[in-house]
Design a protein around this ligand. Structure first.
Ligand code: TRP
Length: 334
């Protein structure tokens, strides 16, 4: 690898991704990839922490791999792989578990939220989720981790574990920094703009999925909840319009002020259609490309295979160092 800093991020193949995921993650990955030695993973082991239909999980793994590429991740330049294809992730998790306290995990906001949501399946994997995530990051001596605000606590734990391990066993891991997207980190529901846009919303009109075609996108925006005042401006009391302006500005790279000016004196009807079209203009080529890539499983398999080989090469170096530090007899690799 070239002498650049390492960037690592991952997304779970847990189903539909929304334009919130695109703005908060995928779009930034593309922007950042060439400034770093970039490694992107399909976090399939994480996904197993809530119940999955095995066939659907497999399909979603291909979907996400194709989506990464369609969004501009270049699998020759960056490393793109499935987490389960590189056994070091599970192996380092075991070691890190031995320096992690149960209290740090049971205190995690996401663990508490998910425990409430999946009361019938509170498993050890759900609790250990952040340690697997720490392993993902630390195996590659990562310096930068682009993540959503909801993952901040997990990154803090990663840093704590790295520092704790280094203090106990000597310098082993780089301590990573988070990278938080400025724009698009908070895309709100189209139906209840005081809530975050979520792919698990029972109401499909509340979110725009990366799989929505242009007609669907425009239709959903037309139905978006607004207000009865007719000004297109950002305002604390106009959550719906503020959300639409935010989305428009993110998808057109215009500032909010520019967008406000553009729609001055215009009606909500026209505005909503324009927002929908701006989103569709960006999403549609990605959707088409993704669907094209999905026609070629052989190609996607070859990307994942080569990605796993390259990831494993880097990850093994760290894992071997860790095994040696904690006192395991080095294995002879053939
Ligand atoms: N937990 C992350 C999420 O749900 C996905 C993830 C897994 C991740 N491993 C990671 C993100 C390592 C960054 C780095 O969004």
């Amino acid at each position: 690898m070239e002498d650049k800093k390492v960037l690592f991020s991952a997304i779970q193949p847990s189903g539909i991704l929304t334009i919130g995921n695109y703005l908060g993650a995928l779009r930034n990955f593309k922007k950042l990839q060439s400034d770093y030695n970039s490694i992107f993973s399909v976090a399939d082991l994480h996904t197993l922490t809530v119940k999955q239909d095995p066939a659907v999980l497999r399909k979603n793994t291909y979907e996400l791999t194709a989506l990464y590429i369609a969004c501009g991740i270049n699998p020759d330049e960056s490393i793109l792989f499935a987490q389960s294809h590189v056994p070091c992730h599970a192996e380092l998790t075991w070691i890190l578990n031995t320096v992690t306290y149960p209290g740090e995990l049971s205190r995690m906001t996401q663990f508490k939220d998910k425990s409430l949501k999946h009361e019938d399946n509170i498993n050890m994997g759900l609790m250990d989720y952040p340690v697997l995530m720490a392993s993902d990051i630390l195996l590659y001596q990562t310096e930068l981790v682009p993540i959503g605000a909801d993952q901040k606590q997990h990154l803090e734990l990663t840093r704590d574990l790295a520092i704790r391990f280094n203090n106990r066993f000597g310098e082993t891991f780089k301590v990573p920094e988070g990278y938080f997207a400025k724009n698009g980190a908070r895309v709100m529901s189209l139906c209840e703009p005081e809530r975050k846009m979520s792919k698990s919303d029972a109401n499909e009109n509340a979110f725009i999925s990366m799989n929505d075609d242009p007609a669907t996108i425009v239709r959903k925006f037309k139905r978006a909840v607004t207000d009865s005042d007719n000004r297109i401006v950002c305002d604390e009391n106009k959550k719906g319009i503020t959300n639409l302006l935010t989305i428009y500005s993110a998808f057109t790279d215009k500032t909010i002020e520019e967008a406000e000016k553009e729609f001055e004196g215009k009606g909500y009807g026209e505005f909503k259609v324009r927002v929908g079209e701006a989103v569709a203009d960006v999403i549609e080529p990605i959707r088409q490309e993704k669907n094209k890539l999905l026609q070629s499983k052989d190609y996607l398999d070859s990307v994942l295979k080569s990605g796993a080989e390259r990831a494993q090469y880097v990850a093994y170096k760290t894992l071997n160092k860790v095994y040696k530090k904690v006192g395991l007899v080095p294995r002879i690799r053939g």
